[in-house]
Ligand binder design. Structure first.
Ligand code: F6P
Length: 327
């Protein structure tokens, strides 16, 4: 690819996240502000392969800042995992005159972007868009704040019924193999315990804790279980507890995909706008292979290889904080 930058393309990939639309808007408006042309690619890498492009104008992104989902649609593409698929994608970009890419998504998206750059040298900047918050190099990913607020809202409702019936609830939240959603929603909803993949779950300790709670006259309890926890999820751990405490009235609730939908919170919208602009500005400076993020209030740039999964560590202090708060 040449060094000229006249036209960029933006796409969303992997699981959708609230705020992706606000990020697309940020990218488009900043590109136009800098006299660049912008294409949107439908359905992420799959659309790149299938030639699904659309020219984006300022008006194309009007009235989307508040909408959940992604107007560009998204997909997880198996074809892009093949050299043949990536070659097709590159040829389509070339024919369309695209000089650089902005990829909005999570770790899978950035792994794909890195491989694509290594093979075809098309500059690419990533914007972290995932509810999981499992990327290193940003305090928060776009969609995380909305997802945890959606979860909190649901758990508050569960608490009403749990309390009315003196029940123990196991509530499972998303996060693939990361516990960031569980940790914050657990603290924010006043959970008795939080089970996350990053910290070993000692079932005996959990049982003790639940018993202690009963002795202290707690009438209902909520345990937040991350879907990736080693116990195997909310149903499994509920079964284990029931085996020991048959007298407990236990229920399970899996929050599932409601955590991915809905209007983005103000924090997610502001973050998305900021990162959309930062991504285009990075391309204008000739950067590539970086994820933009915000850390301690400032925009940061992190190489994809560092940003992707397992580098972002859970805040153990927050986990311990809940031990005190739930005492
Ligand atoms: O990565 C976002 C996420 O919602 C994870 O938390 C979850 O494990 C996964 O996507 C679910 O994926 P799908 O929508 O393909 O079932």
């Amino acid at each position: 690819m040449s060094n000229k930058l006249e036209k960029i393309a933006v796409f969303t990939s992997g699981g959708d996240a609230p705020g992706m639309n606000a990020a697309i808007r940020g990218v488009v408006r900043c590109a136009l502000y800098n006299k660049l042309k912008v294409e949107g690619i439908y359905q992420g890498y799959q659309g790149m392969i299938e030639n699904k492009f659309v020219s984006l104008l300022s008006s194309s992104v009007s009235n989307i800042i508040q909408k959940g989902g992604t107007i560009l649609k998204t997909a997880r593409s198996d074809d892009f995992m093949t050299t043949e698929g990536r070659k097709k994608a590159f040829n389509n970009l070339k024919n369309r005159g695209v000089d650089a890419l902005v990829a909005i998504g999570g770790d899978g998206t950035f792994k794909g972007a890195q491989v694509f750059y290594d093979e075809f040298k098309i500059p690419v900047i990533g914007i972290p868009g995932t509810i999981d918050n499992d990327l290193y190099g940003t305090d928060f990913t776009i969609g995380y704040d909305t997802a945890i607020n959606t979860a909190i809202d649901a758990i508050d409702k569960i608490r009403d019924t749990a309390d009315s019936h003196n029940r123990l609830f196991f509530v499972e939240v998303m996060g693939r193999d990361a516990g960031f959603i569980a940790l914050r929603t657990g603290i924010g909803s006043g959970a008795e315990a939080i089970l996350i993949p990053e910290i070993h779950t000692d079932t005996k300790m959990l049982l003790k804790k639940l018993e202690l709670g009963k002795k202290k006259s707690k009438t209902s309890s909520i345990v937040i279980v991350s879907e990736g926890d080693e116990t195997g999820g909310a149903f499994k751990i509920a079964e284990e507890v029931k085996k020991v405490f048959s007298e407990y009235d236990i229920r399970v609730s899996i929050l599932g995909h409601i955590q991915r939908g809905g209007n983005p919170t103000c924090s997610d919208r502001v973050l998305a706008g900021r990162l959309g602009v930062a991504a285009v500005e990075a391309l204008l400076k000739g950067e590539t292979g970086l994820m933009v993020g915000v850390k301690h209030k400032s925009v940061t740039y992190t190489p994809f290889s560092k940003a992707i999964k397992h580098n972002n560590t859970i805040d153990k202090d927050l986990f311990e904080l809940n031990e005190i708060l739930s005492f």
